[in-house]
Design a protein around this ligand. Sequence first.
Ligand SMILES: [Zn+2]
Length: 319
Amino acid sequence: MNKPKIIIYLSVIALLALLTIGYYALAFSQQAEFEQAARATATARAAHPTEKPAPVSFDSSQAYADVQTQVAFGARTPGSAAHAQVREWLRAELESAGWSVEIQEASRLGHPIFNLIAKRTDEAPQIILGAHYDTRLLADNDADSLNKTKPGPGANDGASGVAVLLELARSLPKDTVPVWLVFFDAEDQGRLEGWDWILGSQVFVDELKTPPRAAVIVDMIGDANLNIHFEKNSDSQIRQEIWESAASLGHGDVFIPTEKFSMLDDHTPFLNKGIPAVDIIDFDYPDWHTAQDTPDKVSAKSLGAVGETLWLWIVNQKP
Ligand SMILES: [Zn+2]
């Protein structure tokens, strides 16, 4: 063999070797990619174990009727007859749905506070759902100066959140993780002489023995034109889960996954204590704290979108 021939042979061998290495390298990287995809699917299944959940059961017309019932009692301002009546009505409705009810009594800034706590087992709660049942003493956002001196009806601000919690009490399956439903007093009296915001939820959190894995507050969620953005202070992982539950039910038009408002609300005392909490609220409501916050501004469809979403999110929680 002469020199040029050896060079040609060596070149051919080198080329073949390169092709072989290339082939195996490609096959190996495809296998790795496949394994990575399989791992991602397994993780997604673990995070969302119920891909085909039982059909959501939430009677939105019943929830709407519960808004009308609360408004018919009159303004549920602290100390009023309607305030005591709505509490007794709630207790009766919750007990007939199989929940036991405790009234938590305390005093803040010289005012008696009555929170209503509903549970189905003796276990510590893993999920706490909350809404305020009081309405504001003055409709001080009303354009009419006479209306400003009186309380408003609180159909969306007050009654809507209570209605969704009450219908969840009737419709949630019994085998969910332990849930407490808490109806907070005295949320809505801030910037009034001798009062502050969120007094009831502050009492509740002060006395809470075992922290839940999450607290979710619903407030002003009945607006017929409902757009619920991420609330800025809320726990980002839990709000993401809830908004994904909404999207999976076709409520992505209501639950919009971008931040808008930053709220002081009944989730605040939980966050201050290090408990992951989310505020579900549409603060873009023209009739807020006015005499026009009436049931015709609220829709069964909106109450249903929020109720179904929470129903699904809770049913998907695993111990
Ligand atoms: Zn309010």
